[in-house]
Design a protein around this ligand. Structure first.
Ligand code: B12
Ligand code: SF4
Ligand code: SF4
Length: 345
């Protein structure tokens, strides 16, 4: 197909509310060797699914039979709201659902008006694709030293989605320039010093991994560095000058923060029952941590930032059905006790 088809597909995608749209051809991924090296260094920790999909990540044509092109989209989730215990990306409806639904709508419009009979499959963090690589290749931005894909007009507070198609489309130029320059703000600001160098993240030290992906105890050496964060971390994006200047409010109706989620406090999160957890986080990305993981994280946040008043909540958590929660609550109580101990005179 021609560049005209690409242009029409992009116009349909913008009409559906995506903030950035690019088209690329599929094939061997430029950063696949870096991904392999990253895995070999153990930086993926317990995220075994990354290792399992490694062959497909080497070459994006392997992801879906017959796939040759991709429409890659970005969707702003907002960087202007204040930081809080729950990272910005997780304050609204689950982005997987929102973006997959919209990419399916794009697919049916392509079938209806541009290319009848085309086959396609949407991906949003839902398959073995190096999404940042594919997005850079489609012209959407560069790899920041904090590893996030940054766009010069939007910053990095956006999701990436891809619609893989079995038709040839005229591709956009890959994003070829790097706009980090000599800046190292993100590397310096990371509370756990999780970067193994510019552009390389040791996920096992990242607060996002520790609070979302890790199922076991949070390593003692890292607990204090987590501060008051409970789910995810935005620090290396918040300090980035491209976000300071260009991040936007969330305008998409479906990605608006859910008030009960966005306003959650660590005390509330520590005390949620399974039922309360399900009710508050229905259709939210936070469900990934499960009630047990979120209560564990809330205990750590209270250990770091809670007042003496929160000790009664932590004492109640010593009766939690989950040993993981009890252990972290005990750690937190000891930390608060030390913080509020009368000073030696
Ligand atoms: C595993 C994963 C994580 C892990 C590991 C993150 C990581 N940096 O590797 C954890 C749980 C820590 C995580 C955290 C977050 N994640 Co995440 N995550 C993923 C996932 C599923 C795979 C990423 C991956 O393959 N990592 C392996 C490493 C090697 O790849 P990479 O870090 O992406 O780096 C690429 C480039 O930087 C480049 N590269 C490699 N080496 C080098 C060296 C140099 C010098 C340079 C410049 C570049 C470079 O190649 C790499 C591979 O393509 C993707 C979805 C997907 N399928 O791609 C989402 C994804 C990357 N995550 C996303 C988000 C939003 C987040 C968080 C912001 C959530 C939060 N607020 O807590 C944080 C950001 C933390 C950070 N600084 O990256 C978005 C990022 C959007 C964007 N604008 O970049 C994605 C694309 C999901 C989506 N569909 O929107 N995530
Ligand atoms: S998300 Fe937070 S912990 Fe992870 S690398 Fe960025 S600043 Fe560090
Ligand atoms: S903070 Fe600086 S070095 Fe880090 S990603 Fe942003 S511009 Fe690049």
């Amino acid at each position: 197909m021609t560049g005209v088809a690409s242009a029409r597909i992009k116009a349909e995608a913008y009409a559906l509310g995506f903030d950035l749209v690019g088209v690329t051809t599929l094939g061997p991924m430029e950063t696949a060797p870096a991904f392999r090296e990253w895995l070999a260094k153990g930086h993926a920790g317990t995220m075994g699914y990354l290792e399992r999909g490694a062959d497909k990540r080497d070459d994006s044509r392997r992801v879906f039979d017959g796939a040759v092109s991709a429409v890659v989209v970005a969707m702003n989730y907002g960087g202007t709201q204040p930081s809080g215990p729950i990272a910005r990306y997780a304050r609204g409806r689950d982005y997987h659902d929102v973006i997959v639904d919209r990419l399916n709508e794009l697919l049916s419009r392509i079938r209806d008006v541009i290319a009848p009979g085309v086959n396609g499959k949407p991906y949003v963090d839902t398959g073995p694709i190096l999404e940042r690589d594919l997005a850079r290749r489609a012209g959407l931005g560069w790899f920041g030293k904090n590893t996030n894909l940054i766009n010069p007009d939007l910053g990095s507070f956006f999701f990436i989605g891809s619609l893989l198609l079995d038709v040839d489309l005229a591709p956009d130029e890959p994003f070829a320039t790097d706009h980090c320059g000599t800046c190292t703000r993100c590397l310096q600001a990371c509370p756990t010093q999780a970067f193994d160098g510019p552009g390389v993240l040791d996920a096992t030290k990242c607060i996002s991994y520790l609070t979302i992906e890790l199922r076991d105890a949070i390593p003692l050496a890292l607990r204090e560095r987590i501060g008051g964060l409970v789910f995810g971390c935005d620090i290396c994006q918040e300090v980035c000058p491209w976000n300071v200047k260009f991040s936007r409010d969330v305008t998409d109706a479906e990605l608006q923060p859910t008030p009960a989620v966005a306003s959650s406090t660590p005390v509330e999160l520590l005390g949620l029952s399974e039922e309360g957890f399900r009710a508050r986080f229905r259709h939210s990305p936070v469900t990934r941590a499960k009630r047990k993981g979120l209560a564990r994280n809330a205990a750590v946040a209270l250990g770091n930032t809670g007042s003496a008043d929160t000790m009664s909540d932590l004492q109640r958590a010593l009766q939690d059905a989950e040993p993981l929660v009890r252990e972290h609550a005990l750690w937190a109580l000891e930390r608060i006790a030390v913080r509020h101990a009368p000073e030696d005179r």
